[in-house]
Design a protein around this ligand. Structure first.
Ligand SMILES: C[S@@+](CC[C@H](N)C(=O)[O-])C[C@H]1O[C@@H](n2cnc3c(N)ncnc32)[C@H](O)[C@@H]1O
Length: 238
């Protein structure tokens, strides 16, 4: 019989994930606070939410976290409890959005996993799941300079391989080794499908253009510190 992941162990893994992610998205706390402020409302979706770093910060009445990785989803489920609904879906292919509607959609340190063509499509799908007047916000590394060409990425379920992580990658591998060795995560670990990341980090202007092309209005860079930025876009009310 598989043991249940305790809330304490899940919370411990969730918090150490948060710490390990900081080198990949400097000023992460501040960026996520901006996401939480933008998303205030009723129903919110944390897209590619991982262990729930953003979902835990949202003040919405109704929060859903969506991700493809069963290990991260199991941790989020156990750590965040009933406050957050957890949804397994693959954003890499159309169809994840069937029947979904939200007032706010947020994403952080995640959409660089997708290559430009898929990300343009994904922005159209996000627009479609938002109710009229709904808002989308994306926090990620968005340098102000020239676009960065996507490369082959690294295996490992969303590892931000193109960052300048210094010692961060060692800590990251150590985190995964610990999570995958947890007996209560054995089933989830078996069901993981090794994905890759496109490591696509275009400048914020690329996101602004792609969001406008997807149908969004009032698209802007709401916040920036160095290469870390938050782009916010609204779906028209009618
Ligand atoms: C670097 S993590 C960021 C997670 C979380 N937003 C955070 O800031 O802690 C990237 C996330 O994207 C998710 N992801 C990557 N490809 C995905 C896909 N095709 N569908 C859904 N989620 C995906 C990964 O599983 C991982 O949770």
């Amino acid at each position: 019989m598989t043991t249940q992941l305790s809330r304490a162990d899940a919370e411990d893994l969730r918090r150490s994930w948060d710490v390990r992610q900081e080198p990949f998205l400097p000023h992460r706390d501040e960026a996520f606070a901006v996401l939480a402020d933008v998303a205030v409302g009723r129903r919110a979706l944390d897209l590619a939410g991982g262990t729930g770093a953003i979902a835990a910060r949202l003040r919405n009445d109704d929060v859903t976290l969506l991700d493809v990785d069963p290990v991260l989803l199991a941790i989020a489920r156990a750590a965040l409890g009933d406050r957050v609904a957890v949804l397994a879906a693959d954003l890499g292919v159309p169809g994840w959005d069937a029947g979904l509607e939200f007032d706010a959609v947020v994403a952080g340190t995640a959409l660089h996993c997708f290559a430009p063509d898929r990300l343009r499509e994904l922005y159209r799908e996000v627009h479609a799941v938002l109710a009229p007047g709904g808002v989308f916000a994306n926090a990620d590394r968005m340098p102000e300079g020239e676009p960065v060409a996507p490369d082959d990425g690294e295996p490992g379920g969303g590892e931000p391989g193109a960052a300048e992580p210094g010692d961060g990658l060692a800590g990251w591998r150590e985190w995964w080794a610990r999570a995958l060795a947890h007996p209560a995560l054995a089933d989830a670990a078996r069901n993981r499908v090794e994905g890759g990341s496109a490591d696509f980090y275009p400048p914020a202007s690329w996101h602004v253009d792609a969001l406008r092309a997807a149908g969004f209005r009032d698209v802007e860079v709401r916040w920036r510190r160095g290469d870390t930025a938050v782009v916010v876009a609204r779906r028209a009310r009618v």
